[in-house]
Design a protein around this ligand. Structure first.
Ligand code: FNR
Length: 977
């Protein structure tokens, strides 16, 4: 689409006679507005154009020419217009018209110009970042490799070209890098991975781009964070090799005296000097500067007085020949000294290069494509931005960083990507760089396609006469997060109530938070730089150093209690936690000490301990009292109770010995009832009321304190006991119940002692217990005594009755007593208990009590009884029940009176009970009674001999008598003389 213009050559100023529609479209003007005008108005204000001279010359000579003009459309937009002028002659050979062919070559022009600047920018970027890239075909044969990538292997690019990477480094096939390449080949997708290159001892962040003809790989050296000292040295060596081999002239200058410390081979080549001539001298001494002003500006930039950047400077070489060099400076530190590393790029050569580039458009285009690919391979996002923020081009890294493809971003304004809060800073930075030119760097936040926030570090360059900005963007989100984490951590430390102190390995305090200031009283300014021992008291310093040593060796030390000194020299009990501070590689580079004042906690703990002890004491007291109460309630044995009371006195009152003396109410003497804590026996010691200390206490009914027994008047026996037991203090109280003195309790000490009111209170309670126990015991013994008397009275009465019955019954003298004794004996043999035997005895004595109800006529009838009389006689068993059952204490004794006439075979009376249904006592009595009757004289017969009587019993065993009882009775008889 070529615009055609016909201008009249015979009129002044070549007015336009005709334009074709393509020209109208090209310029945006309709033909009507063009006809009759000169074409130059398309240049607008932009008149300073070299092309015009070409045109003048052509017009003046009547010749043809082709040239490129900057023209502006009706809407003001710029386009590059490739104009070819061609003269038209009439038949007479007169110049009549000029034909103009106009072609829009904007795209091509921009590409050329853009390429130039981008290449400049890229070169600078690559010099700074030293990222490496390499291209190879699908079989790993290297087609291209840059310095940095070759430098990773400490080689030159030419060492790689055409060679196979897998043959050179077989191990990469199976490491993450090799796997990423295979994945990229298989999927056709970009791959990103981190890989270790053992061959080079490098860690690299790798991006792999597959293409039709092979693989391009971009690698960033991230060994830095993995590097140890040895690796650092290796890298320095490598650096020095790169330094020497670099095609850019490089020098290192000391800031202090501005002397050259090191220069590389290229520097020597460009300057024409030898190393010896340069090192140790300043640039001024050597006369490098064609213009002294350049030198001053350069040092001002370094000193921060002027914005840093690259500058074109005119230098003089050894022979005074001037050459233009692009000078870039970066401040560095070498062996602790502030230095500057400088790069000088010969711009003359670059101009030539550009010239060569311009020679072939085709080659340009190819280079442009290649360049774009190079840009795309960078892990940084490289972009060109037009005024208004329009993205003209962007490298593929934008996918990584912002989530958009280059196609999505091109033609859009970066405005949309900016985080709202960071728009202002971005606009400000852009305005400044547009104004000042050079380069700048700043950070802002952008919005990722997925909505997330990305922190970006921008490096922006502006070039004179070029509206575009050339930008390199790097994602620093992770770095920011790490910084934010650190800031957060620092804030926590600042806010901590605890003292947080950072100490370096040489035991010097490096950080000191407000908590430390509060605890120790030193300000941060006073403490930092001092030794940690500032706040450690001498006696714990060794222990503290030991903890420090262990932590420094990476050991884990549990929190421990210790003591610190504050500024006033006051000791503070603390809980201390010590842990190592690690660097990125995990080496301990210091120690952090977190300490907490625990004086309040310790005080609280002591209070709790005291409360617990009180509580325990009270519990012991209550438990002791309960035990004593129980003992009083259940135990008849006074000794047990008194022993328990004395044991409680000893424990609760913490005395060495305690005794209780009981007062005998009849003899009015005191005798030892129980003692505890003494090795001497006191049983034989008796005291009359009023004698000795205890006698006085009992008599006066008043407590007595002898704080020093040495000076107290006591009996010799007692003195001996006291000395043997080493007792020195004495306290005694009377034991009184119901107004009566029952005894005295004494406590004895091996230390002088003064009773407190609490002590006295407890003593009183225990003494009261003793009084109750003694009183109870006396009551009980009195009760038992009267009980016994009562029983004796009963039993005497019963025996009286028995004798009366014997008389009335005309029984032989003492029959009842005899059978009673024998029955009791027999029953004891049969296993009756003592209590049961009491009832057996009473029952046996009263066995015939029922006969009181039988008339004398029957009872004393000399002859045999008739049937009716027998019936009356047999009723005596029932009479016995009627007589005795109303008397409660005789009820258990009824068995024998009621059943002694029952027979083993059931033929007896009154109930005709059989066998074991008859109570055993009655069965036993029956045997004894019959035997006694047979062996006693009767008015009507002589007493049977013993053998006859026993034979009778044997004969009746199993019918009349229980055979076992008979057996037992015969054994009893056999044992008798
Ligand atoms: C021109 N000229 C021209 N200039 C321009 O900027 N854009 C154009 O498209 C054209 N086209 C054009 C066609 C024809 C046929 C002629 C004869 C000339 C050149 C312009 O008119 C003028 O001659 C040059 O700018 C040089 O003259 P000045 O600038 O010194 O007046």
């Amino acid at each position: 689409m070529v615009g055609v213009v016909v201008a009249d050559a015979r009129q002044d100023d070549y007015p336009i006679l005709y334009v074709n529609p393509a020209f109208e479209r090209l310029t945006g003007y309709p033909a009507a507005e063009l006809l009759g005008r000169n074409c130059r108005f398309l240049q607008g204000e932009d008149r300073d154009q070299e092309a015009r001279q070409d045109i003048w010359q052509a017009l003046a000579q009547g010749e043809a020419t082709t040239t490129i003009l900057r023209n502006y459309r009706k809407d003001g937009t710029l386009f590059y217009n490739e104009l070819t002028l061609s003269p038209v002659f009439d038949a007479a050979g007169t110049l009549t018209h000029y034909l103009g062919f106009q072609n829009d070559v904007t795209a091509r022009e921009k590409a050329l110009r853009g390429e130039h600047h981008a290449r400049q920018q890229l070169t600078a970027t690559l010099t700074r970042v030293t990222d490496g890239f390499v291209s190879f075909d699908r079989d790993w044969n290297v087609t291209y490799i840059n310095e940095a990538a070759a430098g990773l292997a400490q080689r030159r690019p030419e060492d790689f070209l055409g060679r196979n990477l897998l043959i050179m480094f077989p191990e990469i096939r199976d490491n993450p890098l090799g796997l990423a390449v295979e994945r990229a080949k298989a999927t056709g997708d970009l791959q990103n991975t981190v890989s270790h290159l053992p061959h080079f001892e490098k860690w690299v962040d790798v991006t792999v781009y597959p293409s039709e003809d092979g693989i391009s790989l971009f690698a960033r050296d991230i060994t830095e964070s993995h590097r140890n000292l040895a690796a650092l040295q290796a890298s320095e060596e490598r650096f020095s090799k790169v330094f020497q081999a670099s095609p850019v002239a490089i020098f290192i200058t000391r800031r202090k005296d501005k002397c050259f410390l090191e220069v590389n081979a290229e520097f020597l080549r460009q300057s024409g000097y030898s190393r010896q001539e340069i090192l140790g001298h300043t640039s001024q001494e050597l006369g490098f500067w064609a213009d002294q002003a350049d030198r001053e500006v350069t040092w001002q930039m370094l000193d921060g007085e002027l914005a840093p950047g690259s500058r074109e400077v005119l230098f003089l070489d050894r022979h005074g020949e001037p050459f233009w060099g692009m000078l870039s400076l970066i401040p560095i530190e070498v062996a602790g000294e502030r230095c500057v590393i400088g790069f000088v790029r010969n711009v003359n050569e670059e101009k030539n290069a550009r010239q060569r580039l311009l020679e072939s458009e085709e080659r340009h285009r190819r280079s442009a494509t290649e360049l774009q690919r190079i840009l795309d391979l960078s892990l940084d996002m490289i972009t060109t931005v037009a005024p208004g923020g329009w993205v003209i081009s962007v490298s593929a890294a934008c996918v990584h960083i912002l989530g958009y493809t280059p196609e999505e971003l091109s033609g859009r304004s970066y405005e949309e990507l900016l985080h709202p809060e960071d728009r202002e800073i971005t606009h400000r930075e852009v305005a400044v760089i547009r104004e000042k030119q050079g380069s700048t760097s700043f950070r802002n936040r952008c919005i990722h396609k997925d909505g997330g926030v990305v922190w970006i570090e921008w490096n922006v360059a502006a070039v004179p006469d070029d509206p575009l900005l050339y930008c390199v963007a790097r994602d620093v989100t992770r770095r920011r997060a790490a910084e934010a984490d650190q800031a957060f951590l620092a804030a926590i430390v600042q806010a901590s109530q605890n003292a947080v102190v950072g100490v370096s390995l040489d035991d010097t305090i490096r950080s000191w938070n407000p908590g430390a200031r509060r605890l120790y009283g030193y300000s941060a300014a006073e403490a930092i730089g001092q030794t940690m021992m500032l706040i450690v008291p001498p006696e714990v310093q060794d222990a503290e150093r030991e903890v420090f040593r262990r932590v420094a060796q990476g050991e884990l030390v549990l929190p421990y209690e210790s003591v610190r000194l504050d500024r006033q020299g006051q000791r503070i009990p603390v809980m201390s936690t010590v842990s190592g501070v690690l660097d990125a590689e995990g080496h301990v580079i210091g120690v952090s000490k977190i300490t907490r004042d625990i004086s309040l906690i310790q005080a609280a703990e002591a209070k709790v301990r005291k409360l617990n002890e009180d509580l325990e004491r009270q519990l012991r007291h209550v438990t002791g009292l309960r035990e004593i109460d129980q003992s009083i309630a259940t135990s008849a044995d006074l000794n047990v109770t008194l022993g328990m009371i004395l044991e409680n006195i000893r424990q609760q009152l913490e005395v060495d010995a305690a005794t209780i003396l009981l007062l005998d109410q009849h003899t009015l003497t005191l005798r030892c009832g129980a003692a505890r804590g003494l090795s001497t026996a006191l049983q034989d010691l008796t005291l009359r009321l009023g004698d000795g200390l205890a006698g006085q206490v009992a008599l006066n009914r008043q407590p007595l304190l002898a704080a020093d027994l040495q000076t107290t008047d006591v009996s010799p026996a007692w003195r001996a006991m006291l000395e043997g037991e080493r007792l020195v203090a004495y306290y005694a109280v009377p034991v009184i119940a119901k107004g009566k003195v029952l005894g005295v309790i004494e406590v004895l000490h091996r230390q002088p002692f003064e009773p407190s009111s609490a002590w006295l209170e407890v003593f009183e309670v225990l003494t009261n217990q003793a009084a109750i126990a003694v009183d109870n015991a006396e009551l009980l013994s009195e009760l038992e005594h009267s009980n016994l008397e009562l029983r004796l009275a009963y039993d005497e009465t019963i025996e009286g009755w028995a004798r009366a019955l014997d008389l009335r019954d005309r029984e032989t003298e003492g029959h009842s007593r005899r059978v009673t004794e024998t029955t009791v004996e027999l029953c004891r043999m049969l296993g009756f208990s003592t209590e049961e035997l009491v009832d057996v005895r009473r029952g046996a004595l009263l066995h015939d009590i029922g006969k009181m109800g039988i008339p004398d006529a029957i009872l004393s009838k000399p002859g045999r009884l008739n049937d009716e009389e027998w019936l009356r006689m047999k009723e005596h068993a029932s009479y016995a029940v009627a007589l005795l059952s109303p008397i409660r204490f005789l009820r258990p004794a009824l068995t024998i009176p009621q059943y002694h006439h029952e027979k083993w075979d059931g033929s007896g009376y009154p109930l005709g009970l059989r066998g074991e249904a008859i109570p055993l006592a009655a069965r036993a009595f029956a045997v004894v009674d019959v035997y006694d009757a047979l062996t006693s004289d009767r008015p009507y017969r002589k007493a049977w001999p013993r053998e006859a009587a026993t034979a009778h019993l044997r004969a009746g065993a199993g019918t009349h008598f229980d055979p076992q009882v008979v057996g037992a009775f015969l054994r009893l008889l056999g044992a008798r003389p």
